[in-house]
Design a protein around this ligand. Structure first.
Ligand SMILES: [Zn+2]
Length: 187
């Protein structure tokens, strides 16, 4: 990872890994794609490598990210989906050109329409989010129990009782907070 920038929180679900490029939305937010190059870096580690990214494309990416966050949050709460955010997901999905290709090893890989097209990569992310919200995949959208986070995440645990977007960060912090609270209670 590049020095001086916050590292990435990568999960197994593309759409919510993408929304996790902004964390602590309800506390002190941490922007993990502060520059176009950091979006290029994130796309590369997420299997959507592009060669370049402009400031305008970074703007589109952040707009999509916050729209996915809004739609996924509404879905987790079983609220009506926000129309403007749904429109952004649909626009990005329609305008992206990417194809799924199968590798000789039997893995899916994304082939983008052109090497410089961030829009194509965003189309793949938008389609991933649409699939999750539409209930096409095995799992359930939920909100992180951390009050400073409240990230929407996709719970694929057997029991569907996962509480935190990320065990290593939010989960750990909550556990530590509880531990210290218990310590203080002791005489
Ligand atoms: Zn969280």
């Amino acid at each position: 990872m590049r020095a001086g920038f916050p590292d990435f929180r990568l999960g197994t679900v593309l759409a919510t890994s993408f929304t996790a490029t902004l964390t602590e939305r309800c506390g002190d937010p941490v922007e993990r794609i502060p520059t176009p190059q950091r979006l290029v870096d994130w796309l590369a580690v997420s299997g959507l490598a592009v060669e370049t990214c402009t400031a305008a494309q970074l703007g589109l990416a952040r707009e999509l990210r916050e729209s996915i966050h809004a739609v996924a949050t509404a879905a987790a709460l079983q609220d009506a989906l926000p129309a403007a955010a749904v429109q952004v997901l649909n626009d990005r999905s329609v305008q992206g050109r990417a194809a799924a290709v199968l590798t000789p090893e039997g893995h899916r890989r994304w082939q983008l329409g052109s090497a410089s097209s961030v829009e194509d990569a965003l189309g793949v992310i938008a389609a991933d989010a649409i699939g999750i919200v539409a209930g096409e995949r095995d799992g359930k959208l939920a909100l992180c129990a951390s009050p400073t986070c409240r990230a929407a995440f996709f719970d694929t645990s057997q029991s569907r009782t996962r509480k935190w977007c990320d065990m290593n960060t939010c989960g750990n912090r909550q556990k530590k907070a509880r531990f210290h609270a218990n310590q203080r209670k002791k005489p």
